[in-house]
Design a protein around this ligand. Structure first.
Ligand code: ADP
Ligand code: ZN
Ligand code: ZN
Length: 816
């Protein structure tokens, strides 16, 4: 081996310290050399442990004196492409996060770790008397698995109990340990293969005893089959159990082989045929513009501003087929909630097997399978929620983000990326086209379009020239003055009554935020609060408990007030369950289909409820944000909004924008087909501009007014924000660190940058940690991000997480 220089690989390793957040050099052993590429996932010795890492560069030389060998390669195909590795570096610098988390976030969960967590119940946990039924069930399950259960399995088995598990771990009722597991759970099917020749079969079956009738049947059946048969198909075909096959395997006449099966989540669904439509003039024009950009082969970005029902999805489908015809690939992002089978079917019908679908209701295994189809180049379109933006395509032509204003495109945990930014970045690399579509574009996007940074495409007409639904605003204060104490205004009641008579359908929308059902004492006004967080406990009727949505704390519903002892304690608020009750009370016999977190936790239940509504098994679809968009039902002619203004009261600079978007989207649900639609919005702020402009479907009017407010207050799109949140179990420590931080920023950053705070966060305590925040406002001065990155790295290396933690949110959606 003389003269041959060792080749070194720079590897980003899974060590949770900022000091180690860079590539480390390792030797690429000869036998592994052919396997190891940029983007490979490997395991390497680090200290005295074996850790997972990603190869990010190759080197001829290293400055290190002692270099170790890469120990193992974990995948045949490197999970990351060179483009994605570069994107990871960019993510880390742009969103101020560790390089390793940036690499991880681009991959499906099952690839993120070879170490699986196992969970065991402790004796203390076994002896907990105060458990609720569901929680008891987990502990019983753990009790019969003394070696522990994989966390992943446990979470899947008890999907509602995640918060409880968090608490159980904190309380020491369960303990977790790591076990090495580098095998991905692949779903396999058993196939039956003959080990004897067809000519031998008649002779062989002669030897079988009289009792072996079944075995004879199997052999004769297989005699004429050329291809291996799936065991389950064989059994169901012959109506027999597997014992006959097993005996034949023992005789060595047959063998069973395991073959990997792709878990196609849509395997058993019938697809409606895609019917070619004739595009409207508006659609034709938009399609032409996008195609021209695709043909030019240069990076381009568009904002497609089209009213609900203007046929945006048809535009997506058409331009994707042009993209595929060029031999390039396409990503379509839709909000999680609108990833309905209806939506997915439109893509499947058009592109068939070339589509992969990714959303959070898939199991980890299913998601991994879809991802692998992309990585292996077996599909060329992916339709998915936020994280599908990282689909490992290598020749991307088109990225579409539908409902681009949706806040779910921003990840709310580290790395706090926005899919829109990633789309732009990836399209630049691939010289591809980005299309952002919305009826109510985000302020930032419309601003970019106005300044010519995005091409503006507009579709103002609904398909078939159907009118936008007429919208009425009802002042609920007036209703109260007139003596109506119900949650339905007279106008809405009458409209519901009419629809019931005409056998048309109704959507009733409840804005849940700020409307959770809290528990209050009517005698003394005491409301139940979480002992660990500054937030009210929420009432859950199914199991008569009150729970904290932040930390999972749960108690049995009290019979009397813990403060004054009165038994006039009861739950308040207008939750969906409450609305359902009221509907049944005022409209006897009304059939309500309720969609909220409680009714849709089970896999597939979301789809099932929608299907029921489509089949007119319900008069009313009642729900929260979940039903605000993407749904398209021919018989819906009335949309009622119970309380339009709950968001307006939130400490959120986007409150007006969100209210406008939500109302416009909701109103778009009615009258999308032959029957004309009507929307009734109930509110306590009828004069607010977000409500007024929503009434007239006037986006430009809203944009100008909102832009004026944002400009005056220096909020985006007229500035950029970074939110810093400090949390600590000790108030003084959190305050001190936040103060030091603000001072440091003021000293280091140019004077054109504003630093606000520190102040207490709007939710001042979560999980027994006190929270303070600082906000940085800037105009994209180039030095800001690098300085913030350096300072926050320093902060993290100087402070222990459990003492004081700093969270950095670049371009936050909300300041809380
Ligand atoms: P959007 O995404 O803008 O809300 P869609 O693409 O879902 O609009 O279109 C709304 C409805 O109109 C859908 O049922 C769609 O199939 C239908 N549609 C769209 N374009 C056309 C067209 N050119 N001719 C006939 N029907 C169309
Ligand atoms: Zn709590
Ligand atoms: Zn009381």
């Amino acid at each position: 081996m003389e003269g041959k220089a060792n080749v070194y690989a720079g590897i980003v390793v899974d060590v949770p310290h900022v000091d180690t957040d860079r590539a480390f050099d390792y030797i690429v052993p000869d036998e592994l050399a052919p396997w190891i590429q940029i983007g490979s996932r490997v395991s390497v010795p680090f200290g005295n442990r074996l850790l997972q890492g990603y190869v990010v560069q190759f080197k001829e030389q290293t400055e290190l004196a002692k270099v170790k060998d890469i120990k193992e390669i974990l995948d045949i195909t490197p999970p990351l492409t060179g483009e994605l590795v570069a994107l990871g570096h960019w993510l880390s610098n742009t969103y101020i996060c560790r390089l390793y988390s940036a690499m991880q976030v681009m991959l499906p969960a099952s690839l993120r770790s070879q170490y699986k967590k196992k969970v065991r119940v402790t004796s203390e946990g076994q002896n907990q008397p105060l458990l609720l039924p569901g929680e008891r069930e987990i502990f019983n399950y753990l009790g019969v698995h003394p070696d522990g259960v994989e966390l992943d399995l446990l979470v899947r088995k008890f999907p509602e109990q995640t918060a409880f598990l968090l608490k159980a771990e904190r309380e020491g009722w369960v303990e977790t340990s790591q076990v090495v597991k580098d095998k991905i759970t692949r779903k396999t099917l058993l196939y039956v293969k003959k080990k004897v020749k067809d000519e031998q079969i008649p002779g062989l079956v002669e030897q079988l005893s009289k009792q072996a009738e079944r075995q004879k049947e199997v052999m004769l059946y297989l005699q004429d089959h050329e291809h291996p048969l799936a065991l389950r198909d064989l059994l169901s075909e012959l109506g027999i159990s597997s014992s006959a096959v097993k005996s034949l395997v023992a005789k060595d006449w047959l063998e069973l082989v395991e073959v990997e099966e792709r878990r196609d989540p849509y395997a058993n669904k019938k697809l409606e045929k895609d019917q070619q439509v004739e595009y409207t003039p508006e659609q034709q024009e938009v399609i032409l513009e996008i195609d021209t950009a695709l043909n030019a082969g240069e990076h381009a970005g568009f904002l497609l501003h089209g009213v609900t029902g203007s046929g945006k999805t048809e535009v997506y489908l058409e331009t994707i087929s042009h993209c595929l015809a060029q031999g390039r690939e396409a990503i379509v992002l839709v909000p999680e909630i609108s990833l309905t089978p209806q939506m997915v079917n439109r893509f499947k019908a058009r592109f068939g097997d070339r589509v992969a679908v990714m959303h959070s209701r898939l199991s980890q295994g299913e998601r991994y399978d879809e991802w692998r189809m992309i990585r292996d180049g077996k599909v060329s379109v992916v339709v998915g929620a936020r994280s599908a933006i990282f689909a490992p395509f290598t020749n991307l032509g088109l990225i579409i983000i539908d409902e681009e204003h949706e806040s779910s495109y921003k990840q709310e945990e580290t790395p706090r990326y926005h899919a829109r930014d990633i789309a732009m970045k990836r399209a630049q690399y691939h010289k591809g086209v980005v299309v952002l579509g919305s009826a109510t574009p985000a302020m930032e996007s419309y601003d970019l379009a106005q300044r010519g940074k995005l091409g503006l495409l507009t579709m103002v007409k609904r398909v078939g020239e159907r009118p936008l639904p007429s919208t009425a605003i009802v002042d609920m204060r007036e209703e109260l003055r007139e003596g109506n104490r119900t949650m339905f205004s007279r106008q809405l009641s009458q409209a519901i009554q009419e629809r019931l008579q005409r056998k048309e359908q109704i959507v009733i929308f409840l804005n849940r935020r700020g409307f959770s059902t809290f528990v209050m004492c009517r005698s003394c006004g005491h409301s139940l609060q979480c002992p660990h967080c500054d937030i009210s406990l929420t009432y859950h009727r199914n199991n008569r408990t009150v729970r904290c949505h932040y930390c999972g704390h749960a108690e049995v519903e009290p019979d009397s007030c813990p403060s004054c002892g009165s038994n006039h304690i009861r739950f308040f608020g207008t939750g969906t369950q409450k609305v359902e009750e009221e509907l049944s009370k005022y409209f006897p016999g009304i059939r309500v289909i309720r969609m909220d977190i409680d009714t849709t936790t089970k896999k597939g239940s979301h789809e099932k409820l929608l299907q029921q509504f489509r089949e007119h098994q319900g008069d009313v679809l009642l729900g929260t944000q979940m039903i605000a968009k993407g749904l398209d039902f021919p018989k819906v002619t009335l949309v009622g909004v119970i309380a339009a203004d709950t968001i307006l009261g939130m400490p959120d600079f986007r409150a007006a924008e969100k209210t406008f978007q939500l109302l416009t989207q909701v109103a778009g649900r009615a009258g999308r087909h032959e029957l004309p639609g009507e929307t009734i919005i109930q509110t306590y702020n009828p004069e607010h501009y977000s409500i007024q402009y929503a009434k007239t479907h006037d986006y430009q009017g809203f944009f100008s007014m909102e832009a004026k407010h944002r400009f005056e207050k220096g909020y985006p799109p007229f500035s950029r924000l970074i939110l810093f949140t400090f949390s600590s179990p000790q108030v003084p420590l959190a305050i001190k660190k936040a103060n030091d931080w603000a001072k440091k920023l003021r000293q280091t950053l140019p004077s054109s940058v504003f630093i606000l705070g520190p102040i207490a966060s709007p939710i001042p305590r979560v999980k027994d940690r006190y929270r303070f925040q600082c906000v940085l406002k800037y105009r994209n001065e180039k030095e800001v991000l690098p300085i913030v990155k350096k300072l926050s790295d320093a902060f993290v290396s100087q402070n222990k997480k459990d003492e004081v933690e700093l969270a950095v949110d670049v371009n936050p959606q909300v300041l809380m």
